[in-house]
Design a protein around this ligand. Structure first.
Ligand SMILES: CC(C)(COP(=O)(O)OP(=O)(O)OC[C@H]1O[C@@H](n2cnc3c(N)ncnc32)[C@H](O)[C@@H]1OP(=O)(O)O)[C@@H](O)C(=O)NCCC(=O)NCCS
Length: 302
């Protein structure tokens, strides 16, 4: 896949961030923890020529597709430099800001969307016990201007032309997933997308919202307590197809247990209701799956 990336400098000169840029962007814009920012500065100094060339090529892939949909497929870029993907993303922040300005998007929203970077650095440290950004390509949606944080939820321009849908995504940090929070976010998105992307969306009535997540598995209703927000969120969607692979190890180990995928079941943490419920299901051979669904706006009263 590396061979599919544009060559260094193919679109525009790579504004390679220096240590001061990395620190300022991570602490001032991305809400990163000081230890992640410090490690990112150290890791920058350890990049060899090949790694720096790859960072340039990754940046070119962003620059070549500003305003594009979804996120880009990148080759796995974490070995041996677990933070390699971070630098081209930080280099693209000024491009993102310029794109947002062109589209009339307030700087406050530019800041809000970047906070996800700090969160995923924290998640990586939790999963792997060290600094890293294992899904760096996810953030190509943010910096290319496809994805926005509107209240509790993230929304992304996705799906086929000429009528892309709006993908819904859920950060871990940001509070409980209450129906009020989901309604407020969705109301915002109904206004935002046709206003910001009039060439893609004719009006609120044209918008279709889709979500693909472990949170939509209806089996969760049988295992989580009444007070849990997750089944109520899942029930807002009309489900399609049979779902992802049985077991859904990738997502559950990452998002529920915050462990690497090779962690044996007997070593999974059981610190809260969700972990205990999902683990009880695993032990009872529940075929957990990720599910795809279309948001039913009526169920939100919209
Ligand atoms: C989506 C999310 C915000 C829902 O949180 P919520 O509204 O608190 O959910 P619930 O009300 O159903 O939580 C029930 C219980 O599970 C816990 N819980 C919720 N999400 C958890 C998570 N990701 N990891 C561990 N425990 C979690 C809560 O603390 C609560 O436990 P408690 O009763 O012992 O305090 C949360 O699951 C989360 O942060 N997920 C990670 C991000 C994610 O999965 N995104 C989707 C990717 S496809």
């Amino acid at each position: 896949m590396t061979q599919d990336l544009p060559q260094p400098g193919a679109v525009k000169a790579y504004p390679e961030p220096d240590a001061a840029d990395v620190s300022e962007l991570l602490l001032g814009w991305c809400g990163a923890d000081a230890e992640d920012a410090d490690d990112a500065v150290k890791a920058l100094g350890a990049l060899d020529d090949d790694a720096r060339e790859l960072a340039d090529r990754l940046y070119q892939s962003i620059a070549a597709d500003m305003g594009g949909k979804k996120w880009l497929s990148w080759p796995k870029v974490t070995e041996p430099h677990s933070l390699l993907g971070l630098y081209p993303l930080l280099a693209a922040v000024p491009d993102m800001l310029a794109y947002h300005r062109e589209r009339g998007i307030d700087e406050d929203l530019s800041r809000k969307v970047l906070v996800d970077v700090g969160e995923k650095l924290r998640l990586n440290r939790r999963i792997y016990g060290r600094a890293g950004l294992d899904v760096a390509n996810w953030f190509t949606g943010h910096v290319r201007g496809a994805l926005y944080q509107l209240g509790r939820l993230q929304f992304c321009v996705e799906g086929p032309d000429p009528e892309p849908f709006v993908g819904m995504h859920i950060r871990g940090e940001g509070g409980p997933l209450t129906l009020d929070a989901v309604r407020d976010s969705t109301e915002w998105a109904l206004e935002f997308f046709p206003a910001v992307f009039p060439e893609r969306y004719d009006g609120p009535e044209e918008l279709v919202f889709k979500c693909d997540s472990w949170l939509l598995d209806p089996q969760l209703r049988d295992w989580l307590p009444e007070r849990s927000n997750i089944p109520g969120f899942g029930a807002l969607f009309d489900l399609e197809g049979d779902g992802g692979p049985v077991g859904n190890r990738t997502d559950l180990w990452r998002f529920v247990f915050m462990r690497t995928e090779d962690t044996p079941v007997e070593e999974l943490p059981q610190d809260n209701t969700l972990q205990r419920s999902v683990l009880a299901g695993i032990k009872a051979d529940v075929p957990w799956r990720s599910r795809l669904g279309t948001l039913n706006l009526n169920r939100l009263g919209l």
